[in-house]
Design a protein around this ligand. Structure first.
Ligand code: PMP
Length: 280
């Protein structure tokens, strides 16, 4: 079953028009929410961000977020989703192709689930990353369907046998192609501040909360490519990758090529946070 507008229907029944604006312009917003033990993780925060993204592109959601939340819970239940992801997107709707906003279109919400286990190999051993130019637009704070900059960066990483592309704008590390990036230097955690150059990841916010609880000093301060190269530990965060160590950047090892102690401490705190929020 998938969510189509405000109904749960079979995937085969769903119909997307050739003039859907998400399809033609990437004109819409989206979210990805993780499910553990059949329960959603930080759903309210993701839905609040969906509302914000919609507001920022002047798209009025077709029905209240409380109704969407109920439908998503129903979607989890009907698909017997124990462990996996929920993808949600809202398009500005279908109208004759023209860049300006349509007068009459009703925004279309769709959502479906993916059954997916936690990426344990990556979480335990870490991943390789490369650095590349951040060629994206200047509203990276909006979780928009326009992902071509991210797609091209990710493929560059894959072409180099790496899992993530770390993006550099004007010498500064912004974030990953689909993740937020953190470094640890002399015991302090650093990540880019929230502004128009990054997506304020929900996992990023959880990491900062856990750092606070673990009494790990942190600072939302941008750092340079050179500081990235000199870091003691590097990790990424995202809904699907959680807190994942980066053990090699541009073919050079980070922390001798193994996950570092503070990264591991935060990973452990994250697992406890999953248990606290989804097993109670
Ligand atoms: N930055 C970008 C560019 C992303 O696409 C994502 C994942 N959607 C993130 C950061 C991580 O955000 P979250 O923790 O909410 O998944």
């Amino acid at each position: 079953m998938i969510l189509y507008d405000n109904r749960l229907i079979s995937r085969e029944e769903a119909h997307i028009d050739v003039e859907d604006r998400a399809y033609q312009f990437g004109d819409g917003v989206y979210e990805m929410i993780r499910v553990y033990h059949g329960r959603s993780f930080y759903m309210d925060e993701h839905l609040a961000r969906l509302e914000r993204s919609a507001r920022e592109i002047r798209l009025e959601l077709p029905y209240p977020i409380a109704e969407l939340k109920q439908l998503l819970h129903e979607l989890i239940r009907r698909n017997q989703l124990e462990e996996g992801n929920i993808y949600i997107q809202v398009s500005r709707g279908t109208a004759p192709r023209y860049h300006g906003f349509p007068d009459q279109a009703r925004p279309l919400t769709i959502a479906y689930v993916q059954h997916a286990k936690r990426p344990l190999a990556e979480l335990n051993h870490g991943i390789r990353a490369i650095t590349t130019d951040d060629i994206r637009w200047l509203r990276c704070d909006i979780k928009s369907l326009n992902l071509l900059g991210a797609v091209l960066a990710k493929q560059t990483a894959i072409d180099h046998g790496a899992k993530e592309a770390i993006l550099i704008r004007d010498g500064v590390v912004t974030e990953g192609s689909s993740t937020n990036i953190f470094i640890i230097k002399d015991g302090t955690l650093y990540t880019h501040p929230t502004n128009h150059l990054i997506l304020n990841g929900i996992t990023r916010q959880v990491v900062l909360k856990l750092a606070d609880e673990c009494e790990i000093p942190f600072s939302e301060t941008a750092f340079s490519k050179e500081e990235l190269d000199q870091a003691d530990e590097v990790f990424l965060s995202s809904t699907t990758m959680e807190i994942c160590p980066i053990v090699e950047i541009d073919n050079k090892p980070v922390n001798q090529g193994v996950p570092g102690p503070i990264t591991k401490q935060l990973q452990e705190a994250f697992v406890n946070e999953i248990k606290r929020t989804t097993l109670s």
